[in-house]
Design a protein around this ligand. Structure first.
Ligand code: CIR
Length: 264
């Protein structure tokens, strides 16, 4: 597995903020946590490919928002925050060797944090960052590849994946305050611990899971269900409203899907 990451920008302190008040971010501490996060990905079996920081792109460490990597193709997004739209270029160059690329075109906007893939289903959050025009393009591309696309309204959080992530293909971890659990009818639904409202963001790496160390009660609930969960401290990145999924794009480097899409 490959995990694409991007170095922490020296401008991180000027990040976009939607739900949190701005506090001082210690960039060196954020870098150290980011490096530990990359180590955790390596321990889970990933080969980490780190892109250079976008010096004038405060949020570029949150690389998840710039693409959706499927088995067959990668969709390069068009982030909803104007300050983030320049981030996609580096991701595009990095993904080119691995996947045919599909691009979200203006005026549509999509943030990768609003896209949750579970098996052949793709859930897309309608958020402040992802709009109907963006969803329409994503739907067209993904349905062509054989995925089923469903939209989910989210309110009270930044992205869909702030409110729900998958623990496996049958189980989702959910914050019911920010979306309707009915959107995930048919799944086993595990609610975050009530005292940990932001705990629903967990990264799946193959059959294993990585979560933020800030949410021990929710971690217990996950482990009790038999999942293999490790944790990492990302508290400094969390001041920029970042969580564990947003700091990487994890994908398989097998090229079978590429051949299929290219008609080779
Ligand atoms: C932003 O507002 O865009 C960044 N400060 C945080 C992005 C977090 N991304 C994610 O959860 N996928």
């Amino acid at each position: 597995m490959i995990a694409l990451t991007r170095d922490v920008s020296p401008a991180l302190g000027r990040c976009e903020l939607t739900h949190l008040a701005r506090t001082v971010i210690d960039v060196d501490r954020a870098r150290a946590q980011h490096a530990a996060y990359e180590d955790a990905l390596r321990a889970l079996g990933c080969h980490v490919e780190r892109l250079a920081a976008g010096d004038e792109m405060p949020d570029s460490v949150f690389i998840e928002d710039t693409a959706l990597v499927l088995e067959e193709a990668a969709v390069i997004t068009r982030p909803g925050a104007l300050s983030r739209q320049g981030e996609v270029e580096a991701t595009m160059l990095a993904l080119q060797p691995y996947r045919p690329l599909i691009q979200i075109e203006p005026p549509g906007t999509v943030d990768g944090g609003d896209i949750l893939v579970v098996g052949r289903s793709i859930f897309v959050g309608l958020s402040a960052r992802t709009d109907a025009a963006g969803v329409a393009q994503l739907r067209e591309a993904a349905e062509r590849l054989g995925y089923q696309v469903r939209t989910v309204e989210v309110a009270g959080c930044l992205h869909l994946k702030s409110a729900v992530t998958a623990l496996d293909d049958e189980t989702v971890l959910i914050q019911p305050a920010w979306l309707s659990p009915d959107a995930f009818a048919g799944f086993e639904r595990v609610a975050v611990a009530p005292s940990e409202p932001s705990a629903a963001n967990v990264l799946r790496v193959g059959a294993r899971l990585l979560a933020a160390a800030a949410f021990p009660r929710t971690a217990d609930l996950i482990v009790e269900r038999g999942f293999d969960l490790s944790t990492v401290d990302v508290s400094e990145l969390a001041k920029a409203e970042g969580a564990v999924t947003c700091c990487s794009l994890v994908f398989d480097d097998a090229t079978t899907g590429v051949a299929a899409v290219r008609g080779a």
